[in-house]
Design a protein around this ligand. Sequence first.
Ligand SMILES: [Zn+2]
Length: 281
Amino acid sequence: MLVNMNDILHPAKEGKYGVGFFNAVNVEMARAIIETAEELNSPVMLGTAEILLPVMELERVAEYLIPMAKKAAVPVCVHFDHGLTFERCMEALKLGFTSVMYDCSTKSYEENLEAVGEMVRICHGMGVTVEGELGHVGDNFGSGKLANPADYFTNPDTAADFVKKTGVDALAVAVGNAHGDYAFPPKLDFDRIDVISKKTGIPLVLHGGSGLADDDFRTAVKLGVSKINIFTDIDKAGKAGIEAGLAAGEKTMMGLIPYEINAMKKVVAEKIRLFGSDGKA
Ligand SMILES: [Zn+2]
């Protein structure tokens, strides 16, 4: 069934388990995520991000994701990740996404506050939930790489002010996490997660989940992280699945697709079990 983020994250926060958010830029990814969630009786979040739209346009993504979520036997939230512009977030709303992240984390605090506050007023009027980001989660690669990531860590007092003034439903935090492959083993600031969670009282979101150690997830979830974003792991698993199919002598897409889906399902299942959302649908 199609639900919004609060329908999934409020019980998760209460029950102290995490829920995965997986990007699904093609139908195979969407199938791998939803079928695994159904098999493990887990709520799940999936969607796409603004930077992934060159691969598959928002309207195309909505055309398969929304009906698949509606038909699913478990709660599914279709979420627009890292919306960077007001217009794209409005487009997601019109297409039936039940949740949006409006990422104004590279703007000034005042601009972030004002923009996300306005987004919350519009979205809440339509039953759509909103995720904001405070501090800035950078990349491990290219132009997004931060010279000193600690300079961009989320400040707990500012986070409390931000949540109170914007009314945002979930908050992405910068606590030593980064997008993409980690160049070095990441070191999360767990004390910071704990304090931010206590001061804000809302579900926290950990971006850049691919590559973190299993114990890091368990600790982060225990301290208040309710949503964990995973893309790189599932993306690479799909590719590895196709390679395995080629190595096994498959010569057509039809023959390769089951390899692709099964490889991604394995990763999704591992994450669902690790976060503890299995059996919670
Ligand atoms: Zn992210």
